[in-house]
Design a binder for this molecule. Structure first.
Ligand SMILES: Cc1cc2nc3c(=O)[nH]c(=O)nc-3n(C[C@H](O)[C@H](O)[C@H](O)COP(=O)(O)OP(=O)(O)OC[C@H]3O[C@@H](n4cnc5c(N)ncnc54)[C@H](O)[C@@H]3O)c2cc1C
Length: 407
């Protein structure tokens, strides 16, 4: 299907595909087994400028938007959904700074994230606050020109690899959801340490850590988006970041289908190729159709979002106002419903397609030294993080009811 990508977008696809197929595919099993961080691959991604595709040129980026990030995520995830997270987590750290950062915060943090010199992470989840972020217990107490952070964050992707973190903590526990604020925290700040490293089912090349804050003192200049606005910062971020998870899911699904077709064509039973059975072709047809529908939805929504986002980014560079404020002036709607739809649909397709891929390959599909079962393990997380798919359905349902009441 021709999606009429621009020349620049096609170049991004080509270079991402080359790195994915030539550099990542041969080593993905190693990183899956060892759970080592794939630093040599990160270096390749840095050299190819793939960390910077969605940053404004003023920060050393290529000037693209969510679409460019999705193209990178899709191609890398065709080879390894875990390694792709080095870029996705950096984006999840950068988006709140891009959307809500002051000119000083953007100048200070975005260039290193855009070049990939420093990786990023985003940490909102806590042991007691998963789907319900309003239960945040980590505190940030104002102390003159500083905030003092105390508490525990968990399940932080890019955990120990990152150097810049966007973090959510309560500046006023009495105010509940309205007391939560967002901050930028740097690795190496006294009182900030790594806790437990999780051992996971999938995306094992991506380290998931607990983070501990014990009287960790950060400058008041690291407050992002104003006191008490943390949940708006998180929601605004998820609106533009969830398509990245969808792209990861899409790449995983496509990678699984590609491996499966190649195997099923070659594998012979009853004197003929397994792919020559009509039941196999029907399964493959359903897989391919679901993938193409997922891609069409993802690209359509992302292009529409970029239309407004890139305008707001450009205006913000001139006005000095936050991108999010500029966006509120021009955006025709909140994107929550559509970003939830793409994340929901693409990740459900990825789970279905990768499960069918294992089935179509038979016993070998279940084996660790054959690549297909890894796609199934990697696909599962896309239905869970950045809001489980139940939460995405809640968001869509809420939006539908709100629209109904406005008719
Ligand atoms: C590998 C991995 C990486 C992660 N990376 C990050 C990261 O980088 N940064 C970060 O901040 N977080 C991260 N997370 C956390 C992730 O976003 C949460 O796990 C997720 O939001 C779900 O929260 P929970 O695990 O506490 O599940 P819970 O909230 O305890 O949910 C348990 C079940 O209840 C359902 N449920 C809960 N509330 C509702 C409701 N209102 N309606 C319907 N069903 C509901 C859920 O859908 C789920 O099925 C990561 C998680 C994993 C597993």
């Amino acid at each position: 299907m021709n999606y009429f990508l621009t020349e620049e977008q096609q170049a991004i696809v080509d270079i991402s595909r080359e790195i994915a197929q030539k550099k990542i595919k041969p080593v993905r099993e190693h990183y899956d087994v060892t759970e080592e961080y794939p630093w040599p691959i990160v270096e390749e991604l840095r050299k190819a400028d793939l960390f910077g595709v969605y940053f404004h040129p003023n920060y050393g980026g290529l000037g693209g938007g969510g679409m460019e990030l999705c193209l990178v995520m899709e191609e890398i995830s065709k080879a390894c959904g875990g390694i792709a997270l080095s870029i996705a987590c950096t984006a999840l750290c950068a988006f709140p700074i891009i959307l809500f950062g002051t000119p000083e915060q953007k100048k200070r943090y975005l260039p290193d994230l855009a070049s990939g010199k420093k990786l990023g992470a985003f940490t909102i989840t806590e042991p007691e606050a998963g789907s319900d972020a309003t239960a945040t217990r980590c505190t940030a107490k104002k102390d003159g020109n500083f905030y003092i952070l105390n508490g525990t964050k968990n399940f932080c992707s890019n955990g120990n690899a990152a150097e810049i973190y966007t973090l959510f903590a309560s500046t006023n526990p009495k105010r509940g959801a309205r007391g939560i604020s967002a901050f930028i925290v740097e690795k190496g700040t006294a009182g900030f340490s790594m806790g437990k490293k999780e051992v996971k089912m999938g995306i094992r090349a991506s380290p998931t850590y607990e983070l501990n804050f014990d009287n960790c003192k950060i400058s008041k200049d690291n407050l992002l988006g104003g006191e008490g606005h943390g949940l708006s910062v998180a929601q605004g971020t998820f609106d533009i970041s969830r398509p990245g998870v969808a792209a990861q899911a899409l790449g995983i699904a496509q990678g699984a289908l590609d491996e499966t077709l190649a195997y099923a064509k070659m594998r012979k039973q009853f004197g003929q190729s397994v792919l020559s059975f009509q039941s196999s072709q029907h399964m493959a047809a359903d897989m391919a159709t679901q993938i193409e529908a997922a891609r069409a939805l993802l690209y359509t929504v992302t292009k529409a979002m970029d239309h407004e986002l890139l305008q707001a980014v450009e205006t913000s560079e001139k006005s000095g106002k936050a991108v999010y404020d500029e966006l509120k002036q021009i955006a025709s709607r909140r994107w929550t419903k559509y970003s939830a739809m793409v994340k929901l649909y693409c990740s459900d397709v990825a789970m279905k397609v990768t499960t069918d891929a294992v089935q179509l390959c038979g016993g070998i599909g279940y084996m660790r030294d054959f690549p297909v079962e890894k796609f199934m393990r990697d696909a599962k997380i896309t239905q869970i993080y950045e809001g489980t798919n139940q939460i995405q359905r809640n968001e869509i349902g809420y939006a539908l009811i709100k629209e109904l009441s406005q008719k």
